[in-house]
Design a protein around this ligand. Sequence first.
Ligand code: GDP
Ligand code: IMO
Ligand code: MG
Length: 430
Amino acid sequence: MPGTVIVGTQWGDEGKGRFTDYLAKESALCVRYQGGHNAGHTLVVDGEVFALQLVPSGVLYPHVTPVIGNGVVIDPAVLLAEIDMLEAKHIDTSNLQISGNAHLIMPYHQELDRVTERFLGKNKLGTTKRGIGPAYADKALRVGIRVQDLLDPKIFREKLDLALREKNGVLAKVYNRLPLDADEICDTYLAMVPRLEPLIADTVHLVHDALDAGQHVLFEGAQATYLDLDHGTYPFVTSSNPVAGGVGTGAGVGPLAIDRVIGVAKAYVTRVGSGPFPTELFDGDDVGELLVERGAEFGTNTGRRRRPGWLDAVMLRHAVRLNTCTEIAMTKLDVLAALPEIKVCVAYLGEDGTRYEHVPYHQSVLHKVKPVYETLPGWKCEIDRVERFDDLPAEARDFVRFVQELAGVPITFIGVGPGREQTVVLPRAA
Ligand code: GDP
Ligand code: IMO
Ligand code: MG
């Protein structure tokens, strides 16, 4: 079964979008399986920049059917704005398919995301405030409203009234906010139906028909392994399952549908929002500043500065396990080019001196670990025009091999710049 998963191995923004775009060339379907418009996936093709949130990154190819699976949470207004943005750039989006089972992000989800973050004060998660957590919570509580509900105004209104009864109570009584108006929400959402209806499809069928026909199906993860609700640094996580296992529920396939799992890893690490980060380089650190500046480490959609740090091979190795990665795609190797030396975290030291080769399961331990680094020489020359692995400086090749050894699976692609063509393909292990 020719299914390939692209999954983030860190805390997001590894460059999943650019590799999805790269691999979509040989795919029939490109499927998002979780998350929502908390994602920001950037593609750069012939100098043109595309910042995507909901539409799968395979959309630039006319032969690819972009699919938004049932596991995604959709803000329909954001989706339509993204479609308009793409059409304005002459990208045909008419074959986009949306699962009728996907849940809708409603105005009260966004409002609750904002007020609960404020309520948490210094314990806030640093969410994207897009309503993601509250929308998934309602899905689990079984009071969510789905895309298919838009097709029946009566059902939509009934579900909305039911939801608002509770949400308005909470908003007014707990958070001292004004209640939301059902008529207004109904008008806004139902007005979008004529544009959305032609896109709604049985996406599970589409995926299986393609797999049965032996066509390549690419599953595009959003967020990443350490933002996973079950496997990430809880509670500083998102509310879905970005790990490769999430493809099963989020797109409607079993594990045997997947034969390739590509873990995307930056040559260093970034994180947006709160939570533990063992290899973090704190504000004012010269290397950290350089990574942020050279790597343009600001959120694609939110504009927030990303927290930088050295590559963490302990986390990478664990991510390889959690996702059964068959290989790694490394991005942003070019960003390291200015550094005289490069560090890689190979283990952690706990507060009591215990050495950890694996990510400790106890969050209190992880919060306090100190990274154990190996230091490698840098190469101090730009590599953004390199096309073949053998043409990289010896120090860069050694760095890639070192990380590959620690990860335990081959590195098969290297990004040397944001452009589609700035991709070095390794015919075999480095
Ligand atoms: P995603 O969320 O995983 O798809 O990643 P984002 O698009 O949010 O963030 C990755 C950023 O790095 C984007 O601005 C990309 O254009 C850029 N990028 C991706 N790969 C490379 C690379 O190999 N080198 C450089 N310099 N930039 C890259
Ligand atoms: P892509 O797909 C980086 C982070 C937020 C916050 C936490 C929870 O572009 O890699 P949420 O709004 O999901 O409830 O926020 O998760 N976060 C991301 N960080 N990249 C993303 O997506 C993210 N999506 C969510 O910053 O810490
Ligand atoms: Mg991103």
